[in-house]
Design a protein around this ligand. Sequence first.
Ligand SMILES: [Zn+2]
Length: 274
Amino acid sequence: MTVFVPAYDVEAPKCLPACRKIVEVHRRFDVPATFFIVGKMLEANPSEYRELLSDSAFEVASHSYSHKMLRDHPICGPAASTEQVKTEIFKGKALVENVFNRLCLGLRPGCGFVDGLKGAPELLRLVSEAGYRYVSSMLWGPDFSMPAPLNQPFTYSSEGYPNLWEFPGHGWHENVFKISSAKARRILLFPPLYPEMVPSSFVKTPLEEFRFNNRPMIDRAMSEHAMYVSLVWHPWSLNAFDPEMKMLEMTFEYLKKLGVQSMSFSEVLSLISK
Ligand SMILES: [Zn+2]
């Protein structure tokens, strides 16, 4: 049975007012979520985030300490220094745990990669040493294209870490295909993996976003009997594009109609690692 994982990358000062609106929609629909938060955002507003996200329906995980790259990325830039990478992994986790007084199980590295952390033994060592139970780092299609395919969870056992899970993200990073962020132009693969998800120009309305990203990805997950489907959402971008959060409402209504349950990544982890 496919589940939906609502997940947010909280990474900019504008994410705080956006998260207030997002939390309100989640409460109204009684839907859990995972919030991956950049450590620096927690340093800036610890009590505000604690108050907003302490509800047990919400998982808080790390989006690194300051969003620096853990490995080279052709669009987001080269990897940070070894020392900085350590800070991103360890300090990001510690901030979540100190602010929320609970374990931080997951790490979503800034931008994510095509292969997640495959082929990066030093990163896997650090992530494991820091005590993460999962990473959500596989967020792109082939050759850093979008949308990201419906990859399913796996462990890094072939690289020596059988207890470390990868939870891939799916579809478009929603900020990338909106007119508000037209910088990523060479993002499409030819031939496309999922032609129904390629609009002819930047999307202009919440309904278009739903039609070109959320609905086709959810439908595909259902028809392929995927364990879960999760889109890559950014509070600052959602709020700039759709201040009334109509896209979230449409998505949660659609899931309700289909009878698809939502859960956080930590809930997926406890299901899958039983
Ligand atoms: Zn990010």
